[in-house]
Design a binder for this molecule. Structure first.
Ligand SMILES: NC(=O)c1ccc[n+]([C@@H]2O[C@H](COP(=O)([O-])OP(=O)(O)OC[C@H]3O[C@@H](n4cnc5c(N)ncnc54)[C@H](OP(=O)(O)O)[C@@H]3O)[C@@H](O)[C@H]2O)c1
Length: 272
């Protein structure tokens, strides 16, 4: 599988989004994904499934060192001290001594960023995570974070799919050597019915979801699609055996629309 290298991190380009994959069915599905060949799992404290992710890893029989595990600390635990406690709780639930990547899940303007970034760097130095990153950070927040941080920030995990224009924040990530990790890479179900993606997919014997994932990976991004269906889990992994032409890439890039964003909670920052 393609690996994206960024500021010292080596991130498998296709990860499994695990939001909503919970309890026994979640464990079974995540373990199945690992058996299919997924080597990157994306969880978060807010998903309430870190225990299941750890259990699935052990049940799969895939060695820990072959799997890249990301977790995220939510915006209510960003105060220094609290952040470190939250990190320890994640490791306890996952039953691992360290994760591969920990992210600030969402910025919180009520908590000064310098303290949180210092905590983020300190958990890396303490060996509790191999790499650090952020999520849902805007250009301004990225500039502030990179100015303060004394450890390299590996990625900004943001919403990216063919219907959203994230060019400004993606340029900022690139200028700091960070990977872009695309969440909602199939736009939570808006990709499958799209006419352009369907037509391009037919030319390659691929589905619209595979075209969307390929479009993102071909630009150097990491993608973390979620599926609760075994066939679609396999489908989302099978994108390394075709290449979109420059004309197809250009056509897909025209699908961006002003109201294309899918995730926009009340606490979201002012987007670029
Ligand atoms: N950092 C953040 O703030 C943030 C925010 C949102 C999400 N995330 C992460 O990103 C991951 C992915 O985002 P998401 O789960 O919101 O959206 P997504 O992956 O874009 O879409 C998931 C939806 O698409 C369907 N689907 C999956 N594969 C498909 C395929 N091949 N063909 C047709 N439909 C397909 C799934 O249904 P089935 O289950 O029926 O297949 C599911 O309803 C999350 O699980 C989470 O790990 C992070």
């Amino acid at each position: 599988m393609t690996v994206v290298e960024a500021n010292g991190a080596r991130i498998p380009a296709i990860g499994l989004g695990t939001m909503t994959l919970k309890e026994a069915a979640g464990v079974e599905l995540i373990a199945h994904a690992l058996k299919l060949g997924y080597r990157h799992l994306d969880t978060a404290q807010a998903y309430g499934n870190e225990r299941e992710v750890g259990e699935a890893l052990r049940a799969s029989g895939v060695p820990r060192e072959q799997v890249f595990i990301t977790t995220k600390i939510f915006r209510d635990r960003l105060e220094p001290g609290e952040f470190e406690r939250a990190m320890d709780e994640s490791l306890e639930r996952l039953q691992v001594p360290f994760v591969d990547l920990v992210l600030i899940h969402w910025p919180n303007p009520d908590v000064p960023l310098p303290g949180t970034i210092a905590s983020l760097c300190s958990v890396k130095r303490a060996g509790k995570t191999k790499n650090i990153g952020v999520s849902n950070f805007t250009v301004a927040l990225l500039e502030e974070a990179t100015r303060i941080a004394d450890e390299k920030i590996a990625t900004n995990q943001i919403e990216v799919h063919p219907f959203i224009d994230q060019s400004k924040v993606m340029t900022a990530c690139k200028s700091h050597g960070m990977a872009v990790t695309a969440y909602c890479p199939i736009a939570r179900g808006h990709v499958p019915g799209n006419e352009t993606l369907t037509r391009i997919g037919k030319a390659h014997g691929k589905t619209p979801a595979q075209v969307s994932l390929r479009y993102l990976v071909q630009q150097g991004m990491v993608v973390i699609p979620r599926s609760s269906n075994k066939e679609r889990l396999a489908e989302n992994l099978a994108i390394d055996d075709f290449t979109l032409t420059a004309a197809e890439m250009a056509e897909i890039s025209k699908l961006k629309k002003p109201d294309g964003r899918v995730v926009n909670p009340a606490f979201a920052p002012k987007w670029d």
